[in-house]
Design a binder for this molecule. Structure first.
Ligand SMILES: [Fe+2]
Length: 748
């Protein structure tokens, strides 16, 4: 397993800036750290071999390795600001829809130490106050909305717990269940309110609720259930109600961590561990699908006991990146107890200085959004299902075992929470154990074990092998700085699988190629999903897999718009920015067994492409070899398609003409299922090697295949795939403008 894991406070840092390392022991007693530049992370014995370069920088010798845990679970925390002490008669209420009832006691709303409503081990609503515990008779139903309330009357000395199942009937004639107990008056000792959790003995939130909560409120009076129900349904009336002490409208300040109290007391709170906001509430019946237009219908938050934002570990040490250190991919290497084999690598990008260019004209775009999307991917949780999908046995790496035994580290956006709902959020404020050199994935295709980061180091290794100087910029930098950052360069080179992009990133890249920039898209399934960042929560990313795409979950009906930005989630193809428009090709299929060669197409003989094939002797196929599945075309493949935005003058130079039946059509193409939707039969299942010029003098070269870089690295970068890529880079790095072909010339 992993005796030590760690993370840095940033994934991108400039020379002269500091980086802080947070390390947690999972068995290690001590560790020492050094700084390394990563050149080639793949340990495949058939490949060019692992390579890094130590940077002479003292990171402070041996340190004790301190045990640090994970504390998942989201909730709302509202500081009481001394305003709860005078509470006598009261009603505590919420609308809730549990999504997981599994024998754990959970809290719905709590004034810790004074009063609480929750769900017990037998799926019954309970309430606690004044030393009494009231339990409803009927079990509640997961997926149903319920109104729960707890009232206390000083005059009657009665505690009343009321529960109504709001999905039982369409009429107003609900029959709520009441449980009544005698109780002595007590002084409210609580000075905070927790929603979806309570305060544990160790001071941390605990008893997390899985499900939605809508319109929690606190009144200074006993509220009859029918009155309460009417008030909760109308925020305007509720906010002016005389006995209201606090009521939280979760649809206010939706894009932030703030939780707004609509009462005059302004008892505002904050979310903890980033639960899902902009979720359909109790009142939603499909009246509107965009939360921005009817926020009142989206006043629910979906909480999960498995949500994670910031693990908030104590820093171990901070160091400054030397001013003269060249831009690149680096890692702080932690060696636990002198065991180099068990080293943990905290990978980050050393970007160029913020204010001045380095003079390098080539930049590698380090796909931090895609790394975040895949971060801590526990695909191995379902090994048999994975093996069926891949057509082969898979091997679990030690980092997979760590993820399976430490789910509290937080999930990737490829997974579901324990209640089956999709994981919308992923964060870099936690260790990302699969973002390391040497780790083995099983997505990489037969004979291969690299994916994302390590597959991308095949490209870094190639740049090193051909002696090309380059800068490394990240998705995060591109999102923040836009075209200004790109305009320093002639050529931008992508990774093997740049799948996730914000609007800013796509717009910057499109602006770059439109204005004469050159884009080398050396991957597959790129520019596919919409993601967004949150200005109030650095380091977290949202992804909602709306409508189509190859996806492990749907966001749920009516929940297709991002909470962070209000953008419509899903595929860029459905949001006016199809990948075909930017790079000539777009996602068409995936399969994780074997890869194929490309066959040259007539367009390979076009004079416009002559520079691409210089020194390449073959007249038939290219890339019938490789470290990823044994061929240059495969794993995830893209096709040129004019109907999806491929420019009419684009040249499809080569195509893989046939894949195995593990490769299937994407849902967005599979409108009417027919028996010919798999690799051996469907003509659209192919990778198209594509080139085109842009009107501004720029050009785009796209491989449309994740496996391409694995073939570049074959035979120590001495092969025609590496040669073609080098030819393209040489011409693309020449500022001489490309010219658009005559209008009469057709690409394909
Ligand atoms: Fe992917």
């Amino acid at each position: 397993m992993l005796p030590i894991v760690a993370y840095t406070d940033k994934l991108t840092v400039a020379p002269g800036e500091s980086l802080t390392v947070m390390a947690g022991s999972f068995g290690a007693r001590e560790y020492r750290a050094d700084l390394r530049r990563i050149i080639q992370g793949d340990t495949n014995p058939d490949g060019p071999g692992y390579r890094d370069e130590v940077v002479q920088l003292d990171l402070g010798g041996v340190r004790p390795a301190v045990r640090k845990g994970f504390h998942p679970g989201s909730c709302v925390i509202v500081p009481g600001r001394g305003m709860l002490a005078g509470l006598k008669d009261f009603t505590l209420a919420a609308v809730m829809q549990p999504t997981l009832l599994d024998g754990r006691e959970r809290s719905v709303i709590a004034l810790p130490g004074f009063a609480r409503i929750g769900i017990d081990e037998n799926d019954r609503v309970f309430a606690e106050a004044m030393g009494q515990r009231l339990v409803a008779r009927s079990r509640i139903v997961a997926g149903h909305w319920h109104i729960v309330s707890l009232s206390f009357s000083t005059k009657e000395q009665h505690l009343i717990l009321t529960v109504s199942n709001e999905d039982d009937a369409a009429s107003e004639d609900l029959l709520p269940e009441n449980v009544v107990a005698h109780a002595e008056v007590a002084v409210c000792s609580a000075d905070e309110i927790l929603i979806a959790a309570t305060r544990g003995d160790d001071g941390r939130p605990t008893g997390f609720f899985d499900g939605k909560i809508d319109r929690p409120a606190l009144f200074e009076a006993v509220m009859p259930h029918d009155v309460l129900r009417r008030l909760l349904a109308d925020f305007t009336r509720l906010s002016r109600m005389r006995h209201l002490r606090a009521a939280w409208d979760f649809s206010r300040s939706m894009t932030t961590q703030t939780i707004c109290d609509i009462s005059p007391f302004q008892l505002h709170g904050k979310i903890h561990n980033a639960p899902a906001r902009a979720m359909t509430g109790w009142i939603w019946r499909g009246q509107e699908l965009d939360w921005k237009k009817r926020p009142d219908l989206y006043s629910a938050i979906h909480f999960h006991s498995t949500d994670v934002y910031d693990v908030a570990w104590e820093p171990d040490f901070t160091f400054v990146l030397p001013q003269d250190l060249k831009s690149g991919v680096y890692a702080v290497r932690l060696v636990p107890d002198g065991d180099e084999e068990a080293s943990y690598y905290c990978v980050f990008a050393l970007r160029p200085p913020r204010e001045r260019p380095t003079g390098n004209t080539v930049a590698f775009l380090f796909p931090t959004c895609s790394y975040l999307a895949y971060a801590n991917h526990r695909l191995g949780m379902d090994v048999p299902g994975t093996e069926i999908g891949m057509g082969r046995a898979v091997e679990l790496d030690r980092h997979h075992m760590f993820l399976q035994t430490n789910p509290g580290i937080g999930f990737s956006v490829y997974e579901t929470h324990d209640d089956g709902s999709g994981v919308f959020h992923t964060s870099r404020l936690r260790p990302i154990v699969d973002l390391q050199p040497k780790v083995k994935s099983f997505l990489g295709g037969f004979g291969s074990n690299v994916w994302q980061f390590n597959a991308d180091t095949h490209i870094l290794g190639w740049l090193d092998a051909i002696g090309q100087e380059y800068d490394v910029i990240t998705d995060e930098d591109l999102h923040a700085e836009g075209l200004q950052l790109l305009s320093r360069y002639n050529v931008i080179i992508t990774g093997t699988h740049p799948e996730y992009h914000t609007h800013n990133m796509i717009a910057a890249l499109q602006g770059f190629t439109d204005r004469g920039g050159r884009l080398m898209y050396l991957g597959g399934n790129g520019f596919y999903w919409v993601v967004s960042f949150n200005e109030d929560m650095p380091g977290i990313m949202e992804c909602r897999r709306s409508e189509a795409g190859i996806r492990p979950w749907e966001p749920g009906h009516g929940q297709f718009y991002h909470a962070f930005t209000g953008e419509y989630g899903g595929l860029w193809r459905r949001n006016g920015r199809p990948p075909n428009h930017l790079c000539g090709v777009g996602m068409t299929s995936q399969g994780f067994d074997i890869c194929e060669p490309y066959y040259l197409m007539p367009a390979a003989n076009n004079d416009r492409a002559a520079f691409i094939f210089e020194g390449v002797s073959t007249s038939d196929k290219i890339g019938d070899f490789g470290l990823a599945g044994g061929g240059a075309a495969g794993l995830e493949v893209d096709r040129a398609d004019a109907s999806q935005g491929t420019p009419a003058h684009a040249l499809v130079l080569a195509s893989s003409t046939r894949h195995t039946d593990i490769y299937l059509m994407t849902p967005e193409d599979l409108l009417d299922p027919t028996p010919d939707w798999s690799g051996t039969q469907a003509e659209i299942i192919r990778a198209d090697l594509t080139f085109f010029e842009t009107p501004g003098g720029g050009a785009v070269f796209s491989t449309g295949s994740i496996a391409w870089a694995g073939s570049m690295a074959w035979n120590r970068y001495d092969n025609e795939i590496a040669q073609i890529t080098s030819n393209v880079l040489r011409r693309f790095n020449d500022p001489q403008a490309f010219t658009m072909p005559e209008a009469s010339e057709k690409g394909r």
